[in-house]
Design a protein around this ligand. Structure first.
Ligand code: IPM
Ligand code: MN
Length: 371
């Protein structure tokens, strides 16, 4: 089949990791007989530099008409360190999410057996963890009214949620739970926030439509602690925009590296796939960043296009790379591999899924040159 993919490499390490994901998609195309047609467009600091805006019209138009969007990362220290900057790279991503109504951000968190030792958390706590965070992505405090008083002494960020906004993501989270361990935890701050009370009421009312899903609720402060104390208690976590942002970074510690966490941002018409790590400017251009989150985002993209067998091939290749230690320095500081070498391994594995581990290990350790 033929698919149109909009590619947004973005800033920092974005281009390097997205490049690997594209290599992997091309390998999938060759092996499973699909064509991926890419249109590469700008967003973020690079778009501000070239076009004066973080989200050029052309980027938005390309995203609207494509089958899926593959995105790298956004942000640049020159804006982070300038609180008075009027235009910021992140505005591009936020506007894109809003314009495409990508209201549901799915962030899977898994403890890979091969990486248990990489996490600072104890093995018995994290082994077997398998969580999916459903983070609302186009509402809440991220998109509320923002104000700064004339004398610049008072700042204001408003937070609002409508029943409709809560319902549409809650339905997706309930359906996901039905296909998993049938547990859904709503994380909020309903002891303090009016919006959280509306989440609780709405989710509780919806739950009668999903009688097979066990729903519980948890305050976000407690959830932050429970994620570290006993992550296995969670299956699907449903939460608002800001809480989801924070909890998903926290949860990445369970996986051993934030360089492994992929995400899908879906709406009714479009879908965007991106690693949850940021632009990691210190590593830009050094070929050291972990490409696996971007590659796993490509797997999520394929699943969204209903290519599950193809998605599984990528996931299997990623697990194999972890098993054989063909990984970047964030995962193993000694005998590490470059960003592009890890990408090469995944590509080779997809082409030669039947071959023995030994063969792969030798080839990618530089002990052999032919496949
Ligand atoms: C994320 C990022 C973004 C967010 C930033 C870059 C605006 O941290 O996707 O988690 O806060 O949503
Ligand atoms: Mn974040």
């Amino acid at each position: 089949m033929k698919f149109n993919i909009t590619v947004i490499p973005g800033d920092g390490i974005g281009p390097e990791v997205v490049n690997q994901a594209q290599k992997v998609l091309n390998a999938i195309g060759e092996v499973y007989d699909h064509t991926f047609l890419y249109e590469e467009v700008l967003m973020g600091a690079c778009a501000i530099d070239k076009e004066g805006t973080p989200l050029p019209e052309k980027t938005l138009a390309s995203c609207k008409k494509s089958d899926a969007i593959l995105f790298g990362a956004i942000g640049d220290p020159k804006y982070d360190n300038d609180p008075s900057a009027k235009v910021r790279p992140e505005q591009g991503l936020l506007k894109l999410r809003k314009e495409l109504a990508l209201f549901c951000n799915v962030r899977p968190v898994k403890a890979y057996d091969q990486l248990i030792k990489n996490s600072p958390l104890k093995e018995e706590i994290i082994k077997g963890t398998d969580i999916e965070i459903y983070r609302e992505l186009t509402g809440g405090i991220y998109f509320g009214i923002k104000q700064l008083s004339d004398d610049k002494q008072i700042a204001f960020d408003g937070c609002s949620y409508s029943v409709e906004e809560i319902e549409r993501i809650a339905h997706l989270a309930f359906k996901a739970a039905q296909g998993r361990s049938k547990r859904l935890t709503l994380v909020d701050k309903a002891n303090v926030l009016e919006t959280s009370r509306l989440w609780r009421k709405t989710v509780s009312e919806l739950s009668s439509q999903y009688p097979d899903v066990a729903v519980d609720t948890m305050f976000v402060d407690n959830a932050a602690m429970q994620l570290i104390l006993n992550p296995k208690q969670f299956d699907v976590v449903l939460t608002g925009n800001l809480f989801g942002d924070i909890l998903s970074d926290e949860a990445s510690v369970i996986g051993g590296s934030i360089g492994l966490l992929a995400s899908a941002s879906v709406g009714n018409e479009n879908a965007l796939f991106e690693p949850i790590h940021g632009s990691y400017p210190q590593a830009k251009g050094k070929d050291i960043a972990n490409p696996l989150a971007s590659i796993l985002s490509a797997a999520m993209l394929l699943r969204h296009l209903k290519l599950s067998k193809e998605a599984e091939a990528i996931e299997k290749a990623v697990e194999k790379s972890l098993e054989l230690g063909i990984t970047t320095e964030d995962i193993q500081s000694q005998s590490n591999f470059s960003t592009s070498k890890v990408g090469d391994f995944i590509v080779d594995y997809i082409h030669n899924q039947e071959d023995s581990n030994i063969n792969f290990k030798n080839i990618h350790m530089g002990q052999s040159t032919i496949i």
